[in-house]
Design a binder for this molecule. Structure first.
Ligand code: NAD
Length: 251
């Protein structure tokens, strides 16, 4: 019996076409899941094709998740294609870097809209379906800035602290209904999200020297932890924020 087997499960991964989301979508498919990828642009076909090449089903939905009014149609579309959602990964997220004193209101609102509001309202819509089916796994993508303050990213830090809170709030309400809600807090990972940081030689070397593993993380590093939290192996875990950070938080 394989505790990590996801055969027959349907996963919905927001931002599942690039960066960490691509690693997550591919990891879930490797473990047996069919995957609905929600993406804000049309770059997703490569991951969709890789999933299909593994013999799994994949379907892409293009949607701007900052627009709360589209969330219901995203869930309805996923349900009409695969009939159910067993796993929701709230991965889509943006970051806007400017010092707090200069942080534009629009940047603050955009970051909170995508990184927090869409996560809660999508979880609410999918959670209702999971309550009806009596099972489900919701995995939110948090951050080191769910614990720390960061530099020049006040909106992002606020959103990721809130993600840790929402994860626990939903976990408390839904654990008794067969739904586990947990989060993964990635450390410093080499994706578009951190391109500006990695391009800044001083910040980049300050970060690298503090990572015990001695390297930036990759989207593949997300795969084991996501399969664990999406599978039966973690059925008694609820409201946990799992750091996947090469040891950053332990330092
Ligand atoms: N890269 C890191 O070091 C790091 C560290 C901690 C947490 N994270 C988090 O991991 C998640 C993925 O980040 P990433 O590093 O892969 O970044 P990325 O920039 O490579 O990908 C961001 C994803 O969000 C999606 N997205 C952006 N705006 C959207 C919108 N309006 N509607 C729908 N989707 C939208 C994009 O399509 C893309 O798939 C984010 O939540 C991010 O905060 C990343």
């Amino acid at each position: 019996m394989n505790l990590f087997d996801l055969t027959g499960k349907v996963a919905l991964v927001t931002g599942g076409a690039v960066g960490l989301g691509a690693g997550i979508s591919l990891g879930l498919a490797k473990a047996g899941a069919d995957v609905v990828i929600v993406t804000s642009n049309d770059r997703s076909r490569e991951v969709e094709q890789q999933i299909q090449a593994m013999g799994r089903k994949a379907h892409t939905i293009i949607a701007d998740l900052m627009d709360e009014s589209v969330l219901k149609s995203v869930v309805d579309k996923a349900l009409s294609v695969f009939g159910k959602i067993d796993i929701l990964v709230n991965n889509a997220g943006i970051i806007r870097r400017t010092p707090a004193a200069d942080h534009a209101a629009q940047d603050w609102h955009d970051v909170l809209n995508l990184n927090l509001n869409s996560v809660f309202f999508l979880s609410q819509l999918v959670g209702r379906e999971m309550i009806k089916q009596g099972s489900g796994k919701i995995i939110n993508i948090a951050s080191m800035l769910s614990f720390q303050g960061g530099i020049n990213v006040p909106g992002y830090t606020a959103s990721k602290h809130a993600i840790a809170g929402v994860t626990k709030a939903l976990a408390n309400e839904w654990a008794g209904k067969g739904i586990q809600v947990n989060a993964i807090a990635p450390g410093y990972m080499a994706t578009d999200n951190t391109a500006a940081l990695r391009a800044d030689e001083e910040r980049s070397s300050q970060i690298l020297v503090r990572i015990p593993a001695g390297r930036w993380g990759t989207s593949e590093d997300m795969q084991g932890p996501i399969i664990f939290l999406a599978s039966r192996a973690s059925d008694y875990m609820s409201g946990h924020v799992l750091c996947v950070d090469g040891g950053w938080m332990a330092r």
